[in-house]
Write a protein that binds this ligand. Structure first.
Ligand SMILES: Nc1nc2c(ncn2[C@@H]2O[C@H](COP(=O)(O)OP(=O)(O)OP(=O)(O)O)[C@@H](O)[C@H]2O)c(=O)[nH]1
Ligand SMILES: [Mg+2]
Length: 325
C-alpha cells in the first residue's frame, strides 16, 4: 500500500494529494496530526480555507449504548442518500468494529471497503495538545478531503468528550432503556448539549417509558431553546429501525441552524474556544520550557532565601515569554 506513496513525500505533497482525494495521503496526514507534528500544523493552515463544508455530527452517550452500531447505520443511510461520510471514533471502550460488526458483520465490512467512507479510531489518550484538539484536527482533514458528513463517536464522559461534542454542529445523545436510573445515565452523556435525543435499543422493554421521561424532562429543563426542542427518535441500531428518521432530524437541525444564523454563531463560538485552547497549549509549553531552564534556577533559589519575591520573578517570566515566540 505504502509503495504508491514514498516515505519522503513532503507534507505539502500530502495536502495537495489529500485535496485530490488520495486516501493514503489523508491517512498520512491524520497520523501526522495525531503525532502533533509541526508539518501537520502547516498543512492544516493551508487546508483550512477548504474546510467548513462538512456537517459535523457528534454521537455521544454512555458506554455500550450502541453508538458504534448506530454510527455504522447512519453511515449506511447517508451513503444511500449519496452523501460521503467520515467517521472518527474517540477512545472507544470497545474496539470500533467490535459492537458494530457483532450485529451486522457484513454491513460493517461493506462500509470499510466503501471508498466514500473513511473510519478512524483515536485511541491515543494523552496525546500532546490534548485529545480534543487532535480529534478536531482530524475532523478538519476529513472536511478538507470533501466528506459531506463527519460523524464523531464519543463516550459522554470527561472534559475532552464534552469539548469535542461542543465543536459538533449537531450533537445526538444516545440513551438506552433499563440502565437503572435511565435519565441519570443519559445525563452522564452530556444531555445539556443534545440537539437530538436518541432512545436506542427500542426493541427492549422500557423504551416508551424512557421517551416519556425524556419528554417530561425537556419541558422542565433548559435543554434546547425556544426555537429548537430536541426531537426524540427511537432506534434499533442492530437492524436499522428509526435510522432514516434520525437522519431526517439531523438534516432538520441543520436547516434550523442555517435559517436562524445559529450555524455561524455556533461556529464562531467554537472558534473562540479553539483559539483559546491553542494559545493555552502554546503558553503552557513555552512556560514549561522556560522555567525548567537552569538560568531561572538561581532566581527560584533567591525566592526561597527571600532575596527575591515570586511576583517580580513572575513579571520577568511574562516579559521573557512576550519577547521571543
Ligand atoms: N438489543 C439491541 N442491542 C443493540 C442495539 N444497538 C446496539 N446493540 C448492542 O449493544 C452492544 C454495544 O453496542 P456498541 O455499538 O458497541 O455500543 P457503544 O456505545 O459503541 O459502546 P462503547 O463504544 O464501548 O461505549 C452490542 O452488543 C450491540 O450489538 C439495539 O438497538 N438493540
Ligand atoms: Mg463504540
Amino acid at each position: 500500500l505504502t509503495a504508491s506513496l514514498p516515505r519522503s513525500a513532503s507534507a505539502a505533497d500530502l495536502a495537495a494529494r489529500l485535496v485530490e482525494g488520495d486516501r493514503l495521503a489523508l491517512a498520512r496526514l491524520i497520523s501526522a496530526v495525531e503525532a502533533s507534528r509541526q508539518d501537520a500544523r502547516e498543512q492544516l493552515r493551508c487546508l483550512f480555507p477548504r474546510t467548513g463544508r462538512a456537517h459535523v455530527v457528534g454521537v455521544t452517550g454512555p458506554p455500550g449504548s450502541g453508538k458504534s452500531t448506530l454510527t455504522t447505520r447512519l453511515a449506511i443511510e447517508y451513503r444511500r442518500r449519496e452523501q460521503t461520510v467520515g467517521i472518527v471514533a474517540v477512545d472507544p471502550t470497545s474496539p470500533y468494529s467490535g459492537g458494530a460488526i457483532l450485529g451486522d458483520r457484513v454491513r460493517m465490512m461493506e462500509l470499510h471497503s466503501d471508498p466514500a467512507v473513511f473510519v478512524r479510531s483515536m485511541a491515543t489518550r494523552g496525546v500532546m495538545g490534548g485529545l480534543a484538539r487532535s480529534t478536531l484536527d482530524v475532523v478538519l482533514l476529513l472536511d478538507a478531503f470533501g466528506k459531506d458528513v463527519v460523524l464523531i463517536e464519543t463516550v459522554g464522559v470527561g472534559q475532552d468528550e464534552v469539548e469535542i461534542a461542543r465543536a459538533a454542529d449537531t450533537t445526538m445523545v444516545v440513551g438506552v432503556p433499563n440502565l437503572g436510573d435511565d435519565i441519570q445515565a443519559i445525563k452522564a452523556g452530556i444531555l445539556e448539549i443534545a440537539d437530538v435525543l436518541v432512545v436506542n435499543k427500542a426493541d427492549l422493554a422500557g423504551a416508551d417509558r424512557l421517551v416519556a421521561e425524556l419528554r417530561a424532562m425537556l419541558q422542565l429543563s433548559t435543554v434546547g431553546s425556544r426555537e429548537w426542542t430536541p426531537p426524540i427518535v427511537q432506534t434499533v441500531a442492530t437492524d436499522g429501525q428509526g435510522v432514516a428518521e434520525l437522519v431526517d432530524q439531523v438534516a432538520a437541525h441543520r436547516s434550523f441552524l442555517e435559517s436562524t444564523g445559529t450555524w455561524r454563531a455556533r461556529r464562531a463560538e467554537s472558534a473562540r474556544r479553539q483559539v483559546r485552547a491553542i494559545v493555552e497549549d502554546r503558553v503552557q509549553r513555552r512556560l514549561e520550557a522556560l522555567t525548567s531552564g537552569s538560568d531561572w534556577q538561581a532566581r527560584f533559589e533567591a525566592i526561597a532565601s527571600r532575596d527575591q519575591d515570586p511576583y517580580s520573578v513572575a513579571d520577568e517570566v511574562m516579559n521573557e515569554m512576550a519577547k521571543n515566540d
